[in-house]
Design a protein around this ligand. Structure first.
Ligand code: GTP
Ligand code: MG
Length: 351
C-alpha cells in the first residue's frame, strides 16, 4: 500500500505502464526462446538484413553478441549504445525476434520450473514463513526501510545462508556494496551461528565495491560473465540499490534520466534472476512524504520502476524495544503479513 502511494518520484502513468509491459514482455520472451536457440544456432548477427561487417562489429562492441540480445533489446537502447538509427534498430529487433521463433511455455512447464526454485532462510522462522519458506531464487526481493532498520543485516544473513541451499555445486553469492557496509567479520559471526564453516562462507562471497551508479550497473552486467565462466552464482545482493542514483540525480529535471537508468539496471537483475535462477536481494531507502497526513509518511526511493520490477517487496521498520518489523507488501502468491524479530549476533530472532 505504502509503496504504491503517490510519491514525487512517480513517472507519468503511461511510461510506468510501458516499462511494466516491457518487463513482462522481455521476461516472457526470455522464457519462450530457450529450446529454440539450440536449433537455430547457426544464425548470427551478421545474418540480419542490412547488417554489414562494420555494423556487426559495432553491435558486438556494444555488447550485442547474439540474436537473443538484440531480440530482447529496445530500439531506444540500441540507438544509444550501438549508434544505429532507430528505424534500423527496430528492423533488426523485429528480424531477430522472428528468426528466434519464440514460442509459448505451458503452465505445466512453468510449474516444473518453479520446482527448481530454492528458498534462502533468514534465521527467523516467522520471517521464512511469511516469505513462503524463505527468499526465493529466480526472483527479485526488495527490502526498503529507514536507516538502521536491518536491510544490510538481512543481506549478510542471506549471503551466509545461501550456503545452506542444497545444490550439487557450492553456491556463490555476489555482494555489490555501494555504501561500504559489507563486513566479513559479521559474516563469520553469522556463519558460526548457522553452524557453517566461516572461512568457507567467506570464500563463497564475491564482494565488489561500486563507486557510482554506472559502476554499479557495470558490475551487475559482469555477473553474467561469472556465470558463463562456470561460477555457480545463486545470489546477488545490491546494497544499496538506489543510494548512488539518489545522490547523482538531484532535482526534478533529472528524474526521467534517473528512472531510465534504474529501469535498465532492474532489467539486468531480472534477466539474471530469470535465466539463471539466481536470487536477487536489493535494498532501498525511504524518503519522507510531507504531504501524507495519514498512515506512514514514508515512501520507497525508486518509484514505480523498482516496485514493478521487484517480485517481493518488504517494508522494514524499527519496532518496540529495539525490535524490527518486516511487512510483506507485495508478493505474487503470498498473503500480506507482518513479523517481528530482533537482530542478534547469530542472526534474526523471533519474538
Ligand atoms: P542503512 O543502510 O543505514 O539504511 O540501514 P540498514 O537498514 O542497512 O541497517 P542495518 O542492517 O545496518 O542495521 C543496523 C542495525 O542492526 C543496528 O542498529 C543493530 O541494531 C543491528 N546490528 C548490526 N550489526 C549487529 C551485530 O553484529 N549484532 C547485533 N546484535 N546487532 C547488530
Ligand atoms: Mg545498510
Amino acid at each position: 500500500m505504502l509503496a504504491k502511494a503517490k510519491t514525487d518520484e512517480i513517472l507519468p502513468n503511461k511510461e510506468a505502464e510501458e516499462s511494466k509491459d516491457s518487463q513482462k514482455k522481455s521476461k516472457k520472451e526470455q522464457k519462450m526462446e530457450e529450446p529454440k536457440t539450440e536449433e537455430k544456432k547457426e544464425k548470427s548477427i551478421s545474418d540480419l538484413p542490412g547488417v554489414g561487417a562494420a555494423t556487426a562489429e559495432k553491435l558486438r562492441e556494444a555488447g550485442y553478441k547474439d540474436l537473443m540480445s538484440i531480440a530482447v533489446s529496445s530500439p531506444g537502447e540500441m540507438t544509444d549504445t550501438a549508434g544505429v538509427t532507430e528505424a534500423v534498430a527496430r528492423k533488426m529487433i523485429n528480424e531477430a525476434r522472428n528468426s528466434l521463433d519464440m514460442g509459448f511455455e505451458s503452465g505445466a512447464d512453468l510449474l516444473k520450473k518453479r520446482d527448481t526454485i530454492e528458498k534462502i532462510k533468514t534465521t527467523s522462522e516467522a520471517f521464512d514463513e511469511l516469505m513462503g519458506g524463505g527468499f526465493e531464487t529466480g526472483a527479485i526481493t526488495e527490502c526498503f526501510g529507514e536507516f538502521g532498520s536491518g536491510k544490510t543485516q538481512i543481506g549478510h544473513i542471506l549471503a551466509t545462508n545461501i550456503q545452506k541451499v542444497k545444490d550439487a555445486k557450492a553456491p556463490i553469492a555476489v555482494y555489490i556494496d555501494t555504501e561500504n557496509t559489507f563486513r566479513p567479520e559479521r559474516i563469520m559471526q553469522l556463519a558460526k551461528g548457522a553452524g557453517l564453516d566461516p572461512e568457507q562462507v567467506l570464500k563463497s562471497i564475491k564482494v565488489a565495491r561500486a563507486y557510482n551508479s554506472d559502476h554499479q550497473m557495470l558490475l551487475t552486467e559482469k555477473v553474467e560473465d561469472l556465470i558463463k565462466n562456470g561460477e555457480n552464482v545463486k545470489l546477488i545482493i545490491v546494497d544499496s540499490l538506489t543510494a548512488h542514483f539518489r545522490a547523482e540525480f538531484i532535482g526534478r529535471g533529472t528524474l526521467a534520466e534517473r528512472q531510465q537508468k534504474l529501469n535498465k539496471h532492474m532489467h539486468t537483475l531480472l534477466k539474471l534472476a530469470d535465466q539463471y535462477n539466481v536470487g536477487v536481494y536489493v535494498t532501498n531507502q525511504v524518503m519522507s512524504k510531507p504531504d501524507q497526513f495519514f498512515g506512514d509518511p514514508t515512501a520507497a526511493i525508486g518509484g514505480h520502476i523498482v516496485a514493478h520490477a521487484s517480485t517481493f517487496r518488504i517494508y522494514l521498520r524499527k519496532g518496540k524495544k529495539g525490535s524490527r518489523v518486516a511487512k510483506l507488501i507485495d508478493a505474487p502468491n503470498l498473503g500480506d503479513g507482518e513479523v517481528c524479530f530482533n537482530v542478534t549476533e547469530g542472526g534474526l530472532k523471533d519474538i
